[in-house]
Design a binder for this molecule. Structure first.
Ligand code: PLP
Length: 432
């Protein structure tokens, strides 16, 4: 498979180069030159095809000869080490639970897949390979877990001190080994600024291959298609489902639209957003206007310039009328988010986290307009990750999964640093 840049200013590359580079030099995004079409029999909803086999058949064309088939099969089984259950909540609403992975966030799949691919490619790279990321919470945990102990790769994660939840911080500072977590005395924006400066620093780039693990990397983006196929395999009716997806940087939703272009039956996509509503506004005004993000309860979706949206436009060949037939979008306020958490708990005994709640509320809004429609929303994080918020709304204790309980007794190995690029550069130049 060949990947071209959405800005058309960089030369096309194969999967391997797209993964190692992350982003093309012209600052576009890598996009597959051809979207494979699936055979009909393949989507039968029975047990004749295993999850792993389904995943292999979907992903293999995107990887081509960059990874041998046997190795790819191993990477897929390693990535899919947990369940993705579809749970019925009301007579017309189902939850696809994507939080059963090691860090209880849906980003676990993308992070594991990417780390395994990079771990395979790294053997042929002569320089030190350092993955550098800034995180406001969920990304860092998934990356730390996904890359833990991957041979030949060092990981450095910056996060704003005091601004991530306790569980999130533990997920960063307890792995140790090849994972270095640094609490920066500053904001998330300060962390991002330091990371950006590192990527353009000639001194650093001469010494090491610095790469990012953010959601624009094709190896993090592409495997997210699998959620939609797994949902469909468990979908109990014959109608095509509606998918309501809690969206921030739009990687997840964009992967769903890719699955649909390959032949997955879908009736409607809903982009479920919080107060950060660049995309809901775009679908109304047809003007894409990035702006500074605002903070909300669903903080993993606090994004003011959703970078993956360009890939959605690319799938639809920038044909807005066609796009608008398949995609609607809602902006949900924090009050509506809280109301959804309370409603789902009091009425149906189901605990939502703030991100899933935005998707649940969006699906309800859609169903008020289109009666008799059945849909799936994605529950992207375990409610325990947002313990204080969910607890104060529902008055209910939340059971801690064993993986979280264990974190409290582990040794912590995090570092602290001022928001100062020179200190980061010194640290990166020191081999660990
Ligand atoms: C990252 C994240 C999202 C948003 O996903 P995008 O692919 O960036 O749109 C939603 N929910 C949770 C819990 C997340 O961590």
């Amino acid at each position: 498979m060949i990947y071209y840049s959405t800005n058309n200013g960089a030369k096309p590359v194969d999967f391997k180069t797209a993964v190692i580079e992350g982003q093309p030099a012209d600052k576009g995004l890598y996009f597959p030159s051809d979207i494979p079409k699936l055979e009909k029999d393949f989507l039968r909803k029975d047990d004749s095809i295993s999850r792993e086999e389904l995943a292999f058949r979907i992903l293999q064309p995107y990887i081509g000869s960059a990874i041998p088939e046997v190795r790819l099969q191993e990477i897929i089984s390693h990535t899919l080490s947990f369940d993705f259950p579809l749970v019925q909540i009301t007579h017309s609403i189902w939850s696809l639970e994507l939080f059963h992975g090691p860090t209880l966030a849906f980003k676990d799949v993308g992070a594991k897949f990417m780390s395994s691919c990079l771990g395979y490619f790294v053997k042929e790279i002569q320089k030190r390979v350092v993955v550098l990321v800034a995180t406001s919470g969920d990304t860092g945990g998934a990356v730390a877990n996904g890359f833990y102990d991957v041979e030949g790769i060092e990981v450095v994660i910056l996060y704003p001190e005091g601004k991530v939840s306790e569980v999130q911080e533990l997920q960063l500072v307890t792995p140790g080994k090849n994972i270095t977590a640094i609490a920066i005395n500053g904001s998330f924006d300060d962390c991002q600024q330091m990371v950006k400066q590192a990527f353009t620093d000639p001194g650093l780039n001469a010494k090491m291959l610095l790469t990012s693990a953010n959601s624009i990397n094709v190896a993090r983006w592409l495997p997210q298609q699998l959620y939609y196929f797994f949902a469909y395999q468990q979908w109990p009716t014959n109608e095509a489902p509606i998918f309501s997806v809690p969206s921030g940087n739009f990687g997840n939703l964009c992967a769903g639209i890719l699955a649909y272009s390959s032949g997955l039956p879908v009736k409607q996509f809903i982009a479920a957003c919080n107060a950060n509503k660049v995309v809901p506004d775009f679908l109304e005004t047809e003007r894409f206007e990035p702006r500074p993000y605002v903070s909300t309860l669903s903080n993993a979706m606090d994004v003011g310039n959703p970078s993956n949206f360009i890939r959605i436009l690319e799938i639809f060949d920038h044909n807005l009328p066609e796009l608008k037939k398949m995609l609607v979008s809602y902006s949900i306020t924090d009050d509506e988010t809280k109301a959804a958490i309370k409603f789902a708990h009091d009425r149906y005994g189901y605990l939502l986290d703030p991100h899933g709640a935005v998707a649940f509320a969006s699906l309800q809004k859609y169903q008020q307009q289109v009666s008799d429609s059945k849909g799936i929303f994605f529950e992207t994080a375990h409610p325990v990750k947002f313990y204080d918020t969910v607890r104060s709304i529902t008055n209910k204790e939340i059971d801690m999964p064993a993986s979280v309980k264990g974190l409290f007794s582990k040794q912590r190995s995090g570092l602290k640093m001022e928001k100062n690029f020179a200190s980061l550069k010194d640290l990166l130049l020191t081999e660990r």
